[in-house]
Design a protein around this ligand. Structure first.
Ligand code: GDP
Ligand code: MG
Length: 327
């Protein structure tokens, strides 16, 4: 592993190879790597925070990767630099799907001003989201203006991505049953922008109906950001239609957030959540750092799994022994 200084200089000078190595360091579970990762994160912090962090969700096959490929090109045309990250829960199971995505972003992955990094293929979702958050900071320090995070439209990963991004885009396709499924799934509370994708000549009028249905349904919801009416845009990622409108809408939304002071406030709230995540992580780690504690931890865990004792009281008893009776 290169030294922290080599990684820092490499990241700041736009060296993709060293950025890749730094991300691998962040994703590593080894404690010596974690120490160096913490050191590097401290060094890069002054160079972070300047990008726009965009989360993109939608059911598998909705066209997220195709959208990212062509939306990325729109941003490149405007002289911006684009980084693409992914959180794909299925990758922890079949370790395969991300490869499909890389092939979908073939052009973008060849661009000098674009960087694509698939989701780590191991670890629980919470952890994946955390490494993605830190990977985002590295990409920001490397000077990428837009960080696009693709996730799959399944509950937990959507919430996690909404929790680390500035704007959350829902890619919807028409047909295939109930148009308002997204609303039922409660995703609308998290969404800032909707793009109806795969709208081509043969389904344009149906798409217009879907758009009106969504606009009507959105009237009953309080948007996340005051003064922002969630736009329902439509087009075709494959045919590069409607992507410029999405680009403008995203920038307009960020302006609204900056003017209202919410941009910074939300980032502060998100950093708090990351802090809480790490407190849990370090307490858990401390719980098994020596033989005695580990035995105690296992004992209480066994009581809980023995179903004869309530898990929360076992946890409380254990943490009281770890941190003292003040709990
Ligand atoms: N007709 C049409 N097909 C599209 C469009 N966007 C994506 N696709 C196709 O839909 C399939 C899934 O696309 P992909 O980007 O992998 O979806 P993801 O699973 O959401 O990332 C691929 O065959 C794409 O070529 C579109 O706008 N129109
Ligand atoms: Mg994809």
């Amino acid at each position: 592993m290169p030294t922290t200084k080599e990684l820092l200089d490499g990241i700041k000078s736009g060296d993709k190879r060293l950025l890749g190595k730094a991300i691998t360091l962040i994703e590593s579970k080894k404690s010596e790597h974690r120490e160096q990762a913490e050191e590097l994160l401290k060094e890069i912090l002054p160079f972070t925070g300047k990008s726009i962090r965009i989360g993109i969700t939608g059911v598998p096959g909705a066209g997220k990767s195709t959208f990212i490929e062509n939306f990325g090109k729109v941003a490149l045309e405007k002289g911006k630099r684009v980084a693409v990250l992914a959180i794909d829960p299925s990758s922890t199971i079949n370790k395969g799907s991300i490869l499909g995505d890389k092939t979908r972003m073939e052009d973008l992955s060849k661009e000098v001003n674009a960087f694509i990094r698939p989701s780590p293929s191991s670890g629980f979702l919470g952890g994946v989201a955390n490494t993605t958050f830190e990977t985002m900071l590295l990409c920001e320090a490397a000077g990428y203006d837009y960080i696009l995070i693709e996730t799959v439209g399944v509950g937990q990963s959507e919430t996690l991505v909404a929790d680390i991004t500035d704007v959350f885009l829902f890619l919807k396709i028409i047909g295939g049953g109930d148009e308002l499924q997204g609303i039922k799934r409660g995703i609308m509370e998290m969404v800032d922008l909707i793009f109806i994708n795969k709208v081509e000549a043969e389904n344009r009028s149906k798409a217009k109906n879907t758009r009106l249905e969504l606009i009507r349904a959105l009237q009953f919801l309080t948007p996340k950001e005051k003064g922002w009416k969630i736009p329902v845009l439509m087009g075709s990622a494959l045919n590069n239609e409607g992507l410029h409108e999405v680009y403008s809408a995203i920038n307009e939304f960020i302006e609204v957030k900056i003017k209202s002071g919410r941009f910074l406030k939300v980032r502060q709230e998100q950093a708090e959540k990351r802090f809480q995540y790490w407190v849990q992580e370090y307490i858990l780690k401390a719980s098994t750092q020596n033989k005695d504690l580990e035995t105690l931890f296992e004992e209480h865990k066994k009581n809980a799994s023995g179903l004869k004792s309530n898990p929360s009281s076992e946890a409380k008893n254990f943490v009281q022994k770890l941190l003292g009776p003040s709990i």
